[in-house]
Structures are given as structure tokens and as C-alpha cells.
Design a protein around this ligand. Structure first.
Ligand code: BEZ
Length: 371
């Protein structure tokens, strides 16, 4: 079970006499974060308590990377393979990471009492400011999968000034229509909750192939001690409201967005439609071959590379900071990247599909990656 630790640092007076309150606040934050090498915290919010785990130390002038996982998973089962992927290390060392567990999804979470009103996805999004306030962070780059992608998008719509970029994997921004509900009810007659959630996470082809990965996740979900909580998150996902993105309208994502979906994934059509509703100058669409429903689990290498270009497009991750291998792959994009403090705002993801690698170029591209 993950260690759950609240770090309470209360300062009754400044560290040094005459020290400005901002300096004291920064010192408090630094001290708090120093303790935060994968430390789990909980904060109270108007919708109940939420748990999150912080890795790394905050870097001045850099947003935190904040992740939000999908239904049936928690931050570890959703993101560990990506964040522990070798090539990812040179990226994430430059950012503090905040991995949110949806309420009741954290390891060792007690089962909610019968009748517990689980937060809606909109309310889950409204919990995020409490986390950022606790950590004293003002800006994020969000990475969300499925329900988590929806939550981060909702947060970005209501707090656009705090979101510098979004990586949205398998996002379905639409509320369920009556046809979807009918299909959902029919499936519910013959399938268990865990099979329905597996059908949301993975393609039918993957499920019938029953690879080791599928067996592992089937086992994790079917035997989850908090399966009742998972069902509540699943219900909130199925009751989501339409995000109502309107291209060119007020209700759209203002930040750079990288949409990601596997080319056989259950949510492929939804992501394609979502792409058509977002600002093409801000949005890149990465359709990944051979990645199934969970590209962050099955293709962490490709996703890492795409993420690197996404960050470069935002002016982070100068190519001079990268390994020789990465530099040779990105020789054509050095003009788009700049060093810290001199960030270009051009969005520069594109494809070089022949070789299966990505490079920087004009924004608003579709990339089909088949390495
Ligand atoms: C991270 O370094 O951000 C991380 C480590 C383990 C699991 C998930 C994320």
C-alpha cells in the first residue's frame, strides 16, 4: 500500500526577521517539495478529499505536469510505464509531476459507503484548483486519458489561464446519446462492470487476443478491492455532459493540445470528431498504429517522442538539451525550440511518416506513427 503522508509545514513567523512573505512562502514550498519524491498527499475539497502524488522538484517558470487517469485505473496503472520509460527521464527531470488519483481510486482506498454521492466529472475538475493551491502551483501541462482527459479539458475550459498545454489520450467530449445508452444497457445485461470497463479501455481485438497486458489489466480490475468505487467513477463518466467544443467559438481549448488515439482504439471516432472541433492552429492529432486502446501502456516510446516535440513546440526542451539520438531525429526543428526563458509560442508538431518518426513543422497536423 502506498504511504500516505500529509506534510504540514506551518510557519508562524518568517524564516528570517524582516523577510518578505513571498520569500517565506517560497522557502516553505521548497521545503515541502524536497520531501516530495513520490509522496502522496490528500486535500479536502468541497466535493470530498482527493489524493495526489508528487514527483520531482518545481522548476522556476515551468508548469507542473499534472496527470489524470482513466476509469478502472489509478495514476500508477495508467501512467507508470510512460513515466518510467527510459527516454522519458530526460523530459520529466525538467518538470515537477503531480499525479492525481480520482477519489476512491488511490491504492488502499476504502470502499465508499452505500449511497455515497460520487462527484461528477465536472466536480472532479473543480477539485483541481484545491490541489494547485495546496502546492502553490499556478500553471500546468495536463496529460489525461479517457475520463481523465475529459476532466482536464473541463478544467482547462474553466481555468484557461492556468493550462499551458494538454495531451488528451482517448478523449470523448460528447455526452452519451440515447443510442449509446441503449447499447450500454444491453451490454450491461450480459457483461460484468469489469468487462464493460475493459471494453472502454481496450479494443475488441486486444481483448480477444488476451495478451499478457490484457490478462494483467483484467486481473487488476476484476479483483480490485475498490471495484465498487470504480463503478462510481464509471457511472460519472457515462453521465458526463457534452463539453460542447465550438471551433472558433468561446467554448474551446485555448492552449496547445495534442490529441492521441490508437488506430484500433474504441474511441477513435470520438477523437477524430474532437479534432474537428478544436482550433487547428493549436491542435495536433497523433493517431498511433499498433497501439491498441492504451498507447501510454503499449507504445511509451512513440508517445515520449511525440510529447518531446509537443513541449518543443511550446518552447520547452531545447534540442541542445537532448541526447544524441534525439538530436539526430530532430535536426530539422531547432528553429522552433528555444532555451528556458526565451520560449517561442509556435506550435510545431508534424509528421515524417515514412520513417515513422516525428519532427517539428507547421501546427495542426495529423501524425500517423508506425515505427
Ligand atoms: C514520475 O516520475 O512522475 C512517476 C514515477 C512513477 C510512476 C508514475 C510517475
Amino acid at each position: 500500500m502506498a504511504e500516505l503522508r500529509e506534510v504540514q509545514i506551518t510557519e508562524e513567523k518568517p524564516l528570517l526577521p524582516g523577510q518578505a512573505p513571498e520569500v517565506a512562502k517560497e522557502a516553505e514550498l521548497a521545503a515541502r517539495i524536497l520531501l516530495d519524491q513520490g509522496q502522496t498527499h490528500s486535500v479536502e475539497t468541497p466535493y470530498g478529499s482527493v489524493t495526489f502524488t508528487v514527483y520531482g522538484t518545481p522548476k522556476p517558470k515551468r508548469p507542473a505536469i499534472l496527470t489524470y487517469h482513466d476509469v478502472g485505473l489509478n495514476y500508477k496503472s495508467c501512467f507508470q510505464p510512460l513515466f518510467q520509460f527510459a527516454d522519458m527521464q530526460e523530459i520529466i527531470q525538467n518538470f515537477v509531476r503531480v499525479h492525481v488519483d480520482a477519489p476512491g481510486m488511490e491504492e488502499g482506498a476504502p470502499v465508499f459507503p452505500l449511497g455515497y454521492q460520487y462527484p461528477s466529472l465536472d466536480q472532479l475538475a473543480d477539485m483541481i484548483p484545491c490541489i494547485l493551491q495546496y502546492l502553490n502551483f499556478s500553471a500546468i501541462i495536463g496529460i489525461g486519458v479517457g475520463a481523465g482527459a475529459y476532466v482536464l479539458s473541463r478544467y482547462a475550459l474553466t481555468h484557461p489561464d492556468t493550462v499551458e498545454g494538454l495531451v488528451l489520450i482517448n478523449i470523448d467530449p460528447n455526452a452519451k446519446g440515447w443510442m449509446d445508452w441503449a447499447a450500454h444497457k444491453l451490454t450491461g445485461l450480459t457483461s460484468s462492470i469489469s468487462e464493460m470497463i475493459l471494453g472502454h479501455l481496450f479494443s475488441q481485438e486486444e481483448l480477444s487476443g488476451n495478451s499478457e497486458l490484457i490478462q494483467k489489466y483484467r486481473n487488476i480490475i476484476a479483483h480490485a478491492p475498490n471495484l465498487d468505487n470504480i463503478e462510481l467513477y464509471w457511472n460519472s463518466y457515462n453521465n458526463r455532459r457534452d463539453l460542447n467544443f465550438v471551433r472558433g467559438g468561446d467554448n474551446t481549448l485555448k492552449c496547445p493540445v495534442m490529441l492521441v488515439v490508437g488506430d484500433q482504439a474504441p474511441h477513435e471516432d470520438a477523437v477524430v470528431e474532437c479534432n474537428s472541433k478544436l482550433d487547428p492552429t493549436q491542435t495536433s492529432f497523433l493517431k498511433m498504429a499498433d497501439s491498441g486502446g492504451q498507447p501510454q501502456l503499449t507504445q511509451p516510446g512513440k508517445l515520449t517522442e511525440a510529447f518531446k516535440y509537443f513541449l518543443q513546440g511550446m518552447g520547452y526542451m531545447a534540442s541542445s538539451c537532448m541526447t544524441r539520438l534525439s538530436r539526430s531525429r530532430t535536426a530539422s526543428l531547432t528553429s522552433a525550440a528555444s532555451i528556458d526563458g526565451n520560449r517561442s509560442r509556435s506550435r510545431t508538431l508534424s509528421q515524417s511518416s515514412e520513417s515513422g518518426t516525428l519532427s517539428s513543422g507547421p501546427p495542426g497536423h495529423t501524425m500517423e506513427v508506425s515505427c
